[in-house]
Design a protein. Structure first.
Length: 120
């Protein structure tokens, strides 16, 4: 399996509640209708009021908020991942996704990584 992890921040001026509501109620239905090649699509929202400081970590670094949401998209195969990328490269689909993202996310903050997942 192949997993894409995307981390990004909300658009300036949006509360976390507004950001989450737009993502879940508007963006997720849009992209699931346009791009249906994944087997799992998870959104992990940063808990604004939660403070966590690992005893062995640097408190200053742990206080940094690097993202508002971490999205995980898992594909059964590289072919399914490539099919999603090909769909996003379609001018009409890519434009619709990008225009919607601009309504609720800071697109310049987006970081995307392909990862291998290991479980114990």
């Amino acid at each position: 399996m192949l997993k894409m992890v995307c981390m990004f921040n909300r658009k300036s001026g949006l509360t976390m509640a507004e950001f989450k509501a737009y993502y879940e109620e508007r963006h997720v239905p849009l992209v699931t209708g346009l791009l249906a090649n994944w087997c799992d699509y998870r959104r992990n929202y940063r808990m604004e009021d939660a403070e966590h400081h690992a005893p062995h970590g640097d408190p200053a670094r742990q206080a940094e908020h690097l993202f508002d949401v971490m999205t995980e998209i898992t594909y059964e195969s590289e072919a399914k991942y490539r099919a999603t990328m090909a769909a996003l490269a379609d001018p009409e689909i890519g434009k619709r996704v990008a225009e919607d993202e601009a309504k609720f996310m800071d697109r310049a903050s987006m970081r995307v990584h392909l990862v291998e997942e290991f479980r114990t």
